[in-house]
Write a protein that binds this ligand. Sequence first.
Ligand SMILES: [Zn+2]
Length: 92
Amino acid sequence: MRKTRMELAKGTRRLSLFDDLWTKQDGRCAICGEAIPRGRFDVPHATIWKKTRPTFDHIRPRAKGGGDAPANVQLAHARCNRRKGDSWKPNG
Ligand SMILES: [Zn+2]
């Protein structure tokens, strides 16, 4: 069977943490559950991109002892990540 370009790329390149999380979360924000644009040109405006671009969010904040281990990191919109930092409470 002929291999597609994607399959060949998978064999030669290791998945980055970003790609790994992206696949796990199905391209969705871990905080609000909405789809995250993958690139600047998935959205019509740079302003929207700034608010919705994917960011790494620490599940357990560094201030509370969370580290940079892949298990403690998830993808979230920039706006959701910021909002969580301001007011999100784990038991709220
Ligand atoms: Zn979000």
